[in-house]
Design a protein around this ligand. Structure first.
Ligand code: HEM
Length: 503
């Protein structure tokens, strides 16, 4: 033990000295200066300053050190960006140079980082996988084809809320939204439902998805001191392995079953993503194979479920805290869709107030407050500073979307601010980038956009809600749990009363 400890101490000392020398050199080189930042302590750097809500801690630090700030977490150099102009420099002007990913060690599980659309650098391999996902899932044509399926899943959500209303049962809104997102994604990918509302069937998968998000986002000493990786002191690698194993077991079962069906002659082909990707595999072009397919399904599954359901839960929490806004949204739905009507995807454009509620939710509660970490491929000049190659860049989209210089009464939920505004969430306006921008921008945006609006409309159209436990709207707890995504810390629970005519 003494030998291990002394070699660790030696390693830390050497590292700290090298770092100190490099940073001092860069700082003293006029135009080559690195961004300012808080004092970096020996060995730990700024680790003690991250806290359990890093998006908030970094926002506070950037008020002191400026909108581009250097921090060091153990051995890892990171630059945090907290203004719209500098976010534009990273995500647009220097998009190519800043397009690699800062890969957390847990994403080495099952070698995921070498195959994953989320974690590969912006290489030809990454481009091929992304192109394929666009073609088979996210294109307007593919989304229009799978529209009926989403309507079916939303009807199930409304039926569930209706049944709770009849029996006076409380609805866990985040859980119901997660079950719906899960089935929307699993239906689109595999033509099967993974969960239903009346059992705990979605809870295991929700725990897995959140577990992965948490393992990616929360500080892991193995990322900051690579020498500790074999020990995995926090056990995050072990738990990620078991989460991935569980998902791969499910995917293997579904893929093998489908391959068997495809081998027979009686079945007609299914109209889902798995079928399309197995066809791609048969073509055997662009290195696509079953392993790549499995990792792609894992990415879509992890990236697509908790992000959408979390957004809907936050939107509902804001509406229940602001009953007059909820009423305005309900009146709009009644006027446009009719009391008995069912919202269709084509109706979204006719529901401007619903749209601004969603935008305002994205502003105050972006699912991934730092996007997914970017990393520089080479030295780059940003805002007059030199950012060395291999530096992780965190764009604090959460802080930018609450910047008092851009947003009047930034902390207040005020959907009306968008009614006369041109700002959208599609990566054109750097003051609001919940889906990122540039080449690494979220490819799932077109699907997420439809899912979030339709789920939210399904939760509010012709339904009244009362918070569980007689909580007053203004007292609703809005605390956050941080992972790669930010969840509501306490589940949102409310009792529905459905109008007579709810379909
Ligand atoms: C990447 C947000 C839904 C799949 C991202 C990024 C963000 C994001 C911020 C990183 C962008 C960057 O680093 O610059 C969201 C939000 C969603 C959502 C807020 C819902 C409200 C979805 C859905 C899917 C999906 C439904 C797929 C089913 C992905 C993938 C990536 C990604 C595969 C990685 C892309 C790459 O690195 O090339 N998302 N997302 N997302 N998202 Fe989403």
């Amino acid at each position: 033990i003494i030998t291990i400890l002394s070699s660790l101490a030696f390693y830390f000392l050497i590292f700290w000295l090298c770092n100190y020398v490099i940073i001092s050199k860069l700082r003293s080189r006029g135009s080559g200066k690195v961004p300012p930042g808080p004092y970096q302590f020996p060995i730990i750097g700024n680790l003690h300053q991250i806290g359990s809500k890093p998006h908030r801690s970094y926002a506070k630090l950037s008020e002191i050190y400026g909108p581009i700030m250097s921090v060091r977490l153990g051995t890892k150099q990171t630059v945090v960006v907290s203004s719209a102009e500098i976010a534009r420099e990273v995500l647009q002007k220097n998009d190519q140079i800043c397009s690699s990913r800062g890969i957390p060690i847990v994403m080495h599980s099952f070698n995921h980082h070498n195959v994953s659309m989320v974690w590969l650098p912006a290489s030809t391999r990454w481009r091929n996988i992304r192109k394929m996902s666009k073609e088979h899932i996210f294109s307007t044509h593919s989304l229009d084809v799978s529209q009926a399926l989403r309507q079916e899943k939303l009807k199930e959500l409304r039926d569930y809320v209706k049944s709770c209303s009849s029996s006076g049962k409380t609805v866990d809104i985040g859980e119901a939204a997660f079950t719906t997102s899960l089935n929307l994604i699993s239906r689109t990918l595999f033509s099967v439902d993974f969960a239903n509302y009346d059992t705990n069937s979605s809870q295991e998968l929700r725990d897995i998805v959140w577990g992965v998000m948490k393992n990616i986002g929360t500080p892991n000493v193995s990322d900051y001191f690579p020498v500790l990786q074999p020990i995995d002191p926090q056990g995050v690698m072990r738990s990620t392995n078991s989460y991935f194993q569980r998902l791969f077991d499910i995917f293997d079962g579904l893929i093998n079953e489908r391959l068997l069906i495809r081998g027979g002659s009686s079945e007609t082909k299914k109209n889902d993503v798995l079928e399309a990707l197995l066809d791609e595999n048969m073509k055997n072009e662009s290195n696509f194979n079953i392993n790549v397919l499995k990792h792609m399904l894992l990415d879509l599954f992890i990236a697509g479920t908790d992000t959408t359901s979390g957004t809907v839960e936050w939107a509902m929490a804001e509406l229940l805290r602001n009953p007059e806004k909820l009423l305005t949204a309900k009146e709009e739905l009644k006027r446009v869709i009719g009391e008995n009507g069912v919202v269709q995807e084509s109706d979204i454009s006719r529901l401007p107030y619903l749209q601004v509620i969603v935008k305002e939710t994205f502003r105050l509660h972006p699912a991934a407050p730092f996007l997914v970490p970017h990393k520089t491929n080479e030295d780059v000049q940003i805002s007059g500073y030199t950012i060395p190659k291999d530096t992780e860049i965190l764009v604090n989209a959460w802080a930018i979307a609450r910047d008092e210089g851009t947003w009047e009464q930034a902390e207040i939920f005020k959907p009306e601010r968008f009614l006369e505004s041109e700002i959208d969430v599609k990566g054109n306006h750097f003051e609001l980038t919940p889906f990122g921008a540039g080449r690494r921008m979220c490819p799932g945006l077109p699907l997420a956009y439809r899912m979030v609006h339709l789920m939210l409309a399904s939760f509010i159209h012709n339904i009244d809600w009362k918070l569980e436990g007689e909580i007053r709207p203004q007292d609703l707890d809005m605390d956050e749990l941080f992972g790669l995504t930010v969840q509501k810390a306490l589940p949102l629970k409310a009792i529905p009363t459905c109008g007579q005519n709810t379909d």
